[in-house]
Write a protein that binds this ligand. Structure first.
Ligand code: TA6
Length: 312
């Protein structure tokens, strides 16, 4: 699609925010908002004055994606019911990662050499493309290395994240490319927070998987095997499932069955903090597509993984 280079002219964005908008943009937002080819894709101002992309499908489903962290914070079905969850303690201050929705964990999952879950959830992504295919809005975000990422992870990379909204589904495709002249390795996850009722929620499809259970000691996960057809959340849960299947089924306990399909996300993680987050643990579970083992990329090599969430 045509990329128009012009001063940003979003009426909904404040002057104070325009500098930030310039910083965010790989593509003129005015072009996203006015181009009929990207019907259903709009950049506007979200919480904390942060820019967010709003996707609206022809049939009325809706999604919101903050450029800070490339984080999908909302996915509403055609009746306006949000299937994702943002924690009440989430902040939108362009400093701390947004705690909720679908944060990226990259280039590290969990604790390690870098900050917890890596830096991708803690930096500005930019819009590089937007389109509409048969009433379904699509936006592609990009993250590249910069001084901040280089200061802790000294590699040149490109991450592209394509989000497609349909009436009953939202899909993401993440492509990590090594643009450096030396190899690097990473691990990654989509740390998806689903809205749920903790007493009714269950996850099917994990029976038989090898697990690394971080309860009770996160530093020494216990190797076990999942024996249950449907995993429930009666207390604290923090567990990695290795070689998980391509489809999990989440009954959110609120009347929705959500299929979580993936290509090339080999592992899964379930998390609920229970009493560690007294104020909100009853209202969500995290079901995460993950790549726990290190992925090594040679120069110019890419790694691609897709996630497809759909309402049954
Ligand atoms: O994915 C589960 C997990 O790694 C847990 O161990 C817990 O720490 C959680 O993520 C939340 O992480 P965050 O840094 O977003 O609070």
């Amino acid at each position: 699609m045509a990329m128009v280079s012009m001063p940003f002219s979003l009426p909904t964005l404040t002057h104070a925010n325009l500098r930030r908008v310039n910083r965010y943009s790989g593509m003129a937002f005015a072009s996203v908002n006015t181009n009929s080819a990207s019907l259903g894709v709009k950049v506007t101002e979200g919480e904390g004055n942060l820019p967010k992309v709003v996707l609206t499908s022809a049939e009325g489903s809706e999604a919101e994606i903050y450029l800070f962290g490339g984080c999908i914070t909302s996915w509403k079905n055609t009746n306006g019911k949000d299937l994702l969850f943002v924690r009440p303690d989430a902040v939108f201050n362009n400093k701390k990662p947004i705690s909720g929705g679908i944060p990226h964990c990259f280039p590290q999952f969990g604790p390690g050499m870098l900050q917890q879950h890596g830096f991708a959830r803690n930096v500005d992504w930019s819009v590089i493309n937007s389109e509409n295919v048969e009433g379904n809005p699509i936006v592609t975000l990009e993250l590249k290395d910069g001084p901040y990422s280089r200061s802790m992870w000294d590699y040149s990379f490109q991450a592209s994240y394509k989000v497609t909204l349909k009436s009953k589904s939202i899909s993401t495709e993440l492509i990590i490319t090594n643009t450096d002249n030396k190899p690097f390795s990473f691990n990654t996850a989509l740390h998806t927070y689903f809205r749920a009722s903790i007493t009714g929620v269950s996850v099917g499809g994990l029976k038989g998987c090898k697990t690394l259970n971080k309860d009770p000691d996160p530093k020494n996960p216990v190797e076990e095997k999942e024996e249950r057809d449907f995993v429930t959340f009666p207390g604290f849960v923090d567990c990695i499932y290795l070689d998980a299947p391509e489809e999990l089924r989440l009954d959110n306990g609120l009347g929705d069955i959500i299929s979580i399909r993936n290509t090339n996300w080999p592992d899964a993680v379930l998390w609920n903090p229970h009493l560690q987050m007294e104020a909100c643990y009853r209202d969500f579970v995290c079901v995460e597509n993950a790549k726990i083992g290190n992925t090594q990329l040679e120069p110019r090599q890419s790694w691609t993984a897709s996630q497809h969430l759909s309402i049954e």
